[in-house]
Design a protein around this ligand. Structure first.
Ligand code: NAD
Length: 520
């Protein structure tokens, strides 16, 4: 029996193509190719690497419709979701990092403490070697191309393993045939979990992983055995806190988008909504009324139209089961279904679903649902809202909605998350100048940001001395006089009150000691 993995269109369940796991021999050959190519990339100027990355941008612009068709065929996304979060975002990231790269990657002159004033200190920002990027299915184009191009700009050879749910095989074949991008600098390796494990066993110099908490844990264990550094960008259960001073119209628009864009298949989608009691009866019915008007994906939609639907399909069959399980669990535990719910068991077209009267014993309010669901809970005080929002194993992102700027900032500081929006949601991710990442079970490490390319660099520290003194004060031989002088220098410089006279009278003989003291 073949072990091939079927790639399906979630809108109509048609099988698009099949993929297979790679062999150990293939994995080894992929790494050999990477090693050879890396020595070429390393010797390219940053300017030449930037020129290569512009080929990606030009390809994205020229073939954006084709890219969108490929993404929609495998994910079932609404066309506008795919355009905004994958195609547009990629061009934005390229614009930012091609501007930042020359400054971020150049050698840095570093400061020095007073005792090292005759020496120079520098930092070289060098490539790590071969970077393995492993990606999930919810943003299959963006998640593959963004870390890969950043790793490439930093001078690495990059091997990227897309999710077996949405490998976008036809897209990558077309990309490498038509973009003119440097051969083998980024190798997209199609396959499943086994392929990921085989690539990891080849000992890349770094792993950049985006995916679930469970897989993240496994990969970290595997990396620990080989001492491979790994970034973990994992799941979330985003809370959003709405205070009773908000503009209801704007807030409802923002919450709807934050919860249901990409059909809720976002690590930073709103899944828990805490609404203050003073505005609850006004905001919640309006949110439900507006949500009922959103158009859900269906089998007959015209995917070529930007208005094909508002809430796309659920990409993976296993995710449909998780969402259904959370909906059933919420109903069984007494939550009130306000709209949506399961219309047809097993269907990838799940309408946006809102519950009230939820509590944290329900899966819908505590586990990552990764679907178009929203669990609403009422709160009285700011303190209570912060406590509820922080009552989670996750700590990826959150939002707070209020007209009171001081309260917005206070709550943002109190939330135990890696990213927070005030009066918006999820947009931290859209700003490449902001670092992105989670705390608690949501991950380890930061991605992107002003220094984002350094994630993929060996920050080599370099100290440059001259062929000066015969012996430095801290070198052998260790003598009583040297010890006393060192001690006096420390006290005079770092003591409660700085004593310049003592410092100079001790540091001068200490500095000269190297030329006087000889080995006995
Ligand atoms: P997943 O963990 O199941 O799979 C992710 C990738 O890991 C896939 O490519 C898979 O083939 C690979 N993989 C699985 N087992 C492996 C193994 N043993 N060795 C090597 N590779 C292995 O995650 P998913 O279902 O594809 O993605 C959904 C998850 O991703 C959600 O939890 C979501 O929150 C998270 N996510 C996080 C971010 C973020 O930036 N924090 C962004 C997007 C998605």
């Amino acid at each position: 029996m073949s072990n091939s993995i079927h790639i399906q269109n979630p809108i109509n369940n048609k099988v698009l193509y099949e993929i297979d796991e790679i062999t150990d021999i293939q994995a080894s050959s992929i790494f050999e190719t990477a090693k050879k190519t890396q020595s070429v990339i390393q010797n390219m100027s940053v300017k030449a690497r930037i020129e290569e990355v512009f080929k990606i941008r030009d390809y994205v612009i020229q073939y954006s419709d084709f890219i969108l068709d490929c993404i929609i065929a495998e994910t079932g996304k609404a066309r506008t979701d795919a355009f905004a979060a994958e195609v547009f975002e990629v061009t934005d990231v390229i614009d930012v990092y091609t501007k930042l790269a020359p400054k971020q990657l150049q050698d840095q002159k570093m400061n020095w403490p007073i005792f090292l004033m005759e020496k120079k200190s520098r930092q070289f920002r060098e490539p790590l070697g071969t970077v393995l990027v492993i990606t999930p299915w919810n943003f299959p184009f963006y998640q593959v191309i963004v870390p890969s191009l950043m790793s490439f700009l930093a001078g690495n050879a990059t091997i990227v393993k897309p999710s077996e749910v949405t490998p976008l095989k036809p897209l990558w074949e077309h990309f490498f045939a038509h973009s003119g991008f440097m051969k083998d600098a980024i190798q997209v390796v199609i396959g499943g979990k086994e392929t990921g494990a085989k690539l990891l066993a080849q000992k890349p110099d770094k792993v950049h992983f985006t995916g679930s908490v469970n897989t993240g844990r496994k990969l970290m264990e595997a990396c620990a055995k080989q001492l491979i550094p790994i970034d973990l960008e994992l799941g979330g259960k985003d809370p959003s806190i709405v205070f009773d001073d908000v503009d209801v119209d704007r807030t409802v628009n923002g919450i709807m988008w934050g919860a249901f864009t990409n059909a809720g298949q976002n690590c930073t989608g709103i899944e828990r909504l805490y609404v203050q009691e003073g505005i609850y009866d006004q905001l919640v019915p309006y949110l439900v009324e507006r949500t009922k008007r959103l158009r859900t994906s269906n089998i007959n939609r015209d995917t070529s139209s930007p208005e094909d639907c508002d809430v796309g399909a659920i990409t993976a069959s296993f995710q449909v089961k998780v969402i259904e399980d959370h909906i059933e669990d919420a109903i069984a535990k007494g939550a009130t279904l306000l709209c949506g719910g399961i219309k047809e068991k097993g269907s990838h077209h799940i309408p946006p679903t809102i519950f009230e009267n939820c509590n944290h014993s329900m899966k819908i309010a505590s586990e990552e649902t990764f679907g178009p669901t929203l669990a609403i809970m009422k709160f009285k005080t700011e303190e209570e809202a912060i406590g509820l929002a922080n009552d989670s194993v996750y700590g990826l992102s959150a939002s707070v909605w209020t007209k009171d700027a001081a309260r917005g900032e206070r709550v943002a500081r109190a939330l135990k998350v890696g990213n927070v929006c005030i009066n918006n949601h999820m947009l931290n991710e859209a700003n490449p100048y902001l670092p992105f990442g989670g705390v608690k079970d949501s991950g380890i490490g930061r991605f992107k940001g002003e220094d984002g390319l350094l994630t993929f660099c060996n920050l080599k520290s370099v100290l440059i001395d001259k062929q000066g003194k015969l012996i430095e004060p801290q070198w052998y031989p260790y003598t009583n006089s040297k010890y006393k002088l060192l001690h006096a220098v420390m006290l005079s410089w770092f003591g409660k009150k700085r004593n310049w006279f003592k410092f100079i009278t001790n540091v001068i003989p200490l500095d000269g000691i190297g030329n006087k003291e000889k080995f006995k």
